[in-house]
Ligand binder design. Structure first.
Ligand SMILES: C[S@@+](CC[C@H](N)C(=O)[O-])C[C@H]1O[C@@H](n2cnc3c(N)ncnc32)[C@H](O)[C@@H]1O
Length: 244
């Protein structure tokens, strides 16, 4: 049976088109690209479910949205491709998540197999691998990179505890005084390490906002913590919805 897969409208660079073809090749699908370079004809496609759940550069397969289409909609920031927890913490020089999803497809990694990223940075490979059910070992010389990679991938497991901790936080209207060094250090102290890591990173994001963007620290901490909780919740929900 023949079928059709349409590329995302924002696929515009030659390298993206090449990666799109390589991921189709790797998923063992014969295809022909149409003249407008916006879709492909799938020839004798046997398992369109697999294509839907794995592809990175395609919006639809046989008229149905791909998993990546649903995943990439879970973006609460203004930047493209900073969906789920990818956005957490400003980090220059990170991989494009969509490219990493395609690379994992091209390598042919299956759920339960492991990818090693010896320069994990902001954790892009770790999160994209996790979305495909692929294990990831990440290394980095920077403790901040290790922390952000952990928070982006592990907070989902303790989202209830994180929400419960949020209930105990001082209101931002208390200002800096309500969030002095002692109050900050006591947040989640004694809690599960993953919960502690979440709030440690939230503090660093707020610190970055207050130093770089001259925002009030207490307000930034409150806003960023809420956005982080929403993003982790999005991750938890999409995981259930798509049975990831
Ligand atoms: C460009 S960043 C990687 C970004 C990553 N691909 C991402 O998507 O966020 C390179 C990383 O390599 C780390 N690094 C550099 N030299 C290293 C070394 N010798 N051992 C471990 N990590 C190292 C740096 O700390 C930095 O986080």
């Amino acid at each position: 049976m023949h079928g059709t897969a349409t590329l995302f409208p924002n696929v515009q660079f030659i390298y993206e088109l090449v990666l799109a073809q390589l991921e189709l090749d790797s998923l063992c699908t014969a295809f022909e690209i149409n003249d407008t370079l916006s879709s492909v004809k799938l020839i004798n496609v046997k398992n369109d479910q697999r294509l839907k759940s794995r592809l990175a550069y395609f919006q639809t397969v046989n008229g149905e949205y791909t998993d990546y289409c649903y995943i990439s909609r879970k973006n609460r920031t203004r930047s493209v491709n900073q969906y789920l927890t990818h956005w957490i913490y400003p980090y220059k020089g990170k991989f494009h998540p969509q490219m990493i999803r395609a690379a994992l497809n091209i390598i042919g990694l299956q759920p339960g197999e492991t990818v090693l990223d010896p320069f994990i940075g902001s954790g892009t490979t770790a999160l994209e691998a996790q979305l495909l059910g692929v294990d990831c070992v990440g290394l980095d010389a920077s403790p901040l990179c290790v922390l952000q990679s952990r928070v982006k991938t592990a907070s989902r497991e303790v989202i209830k505890e994180i929400r419960a901790q949020c209930e105990t936080l001082p209101a931002p209207s208390w200002g800096e005084a309500g969030l002095d060094e002692k109050a900050l250090n006591s947040i989640a102290s004694g809690a599960d390490q993953r919960v502690q890591d979440f709030f440690r990173l939230a503090k660093l994001v707020a610190l970055s906002d207050s130093v770089r963007r001259k925002k009030d620290f207490a307000l930034a901490f409150d806003t960023r913590t809420k956005l982080m909780v929403q993003s982790v919740t999005d991750y938890d929900q999409i995981r259930t919805e798509l049975k990831l």
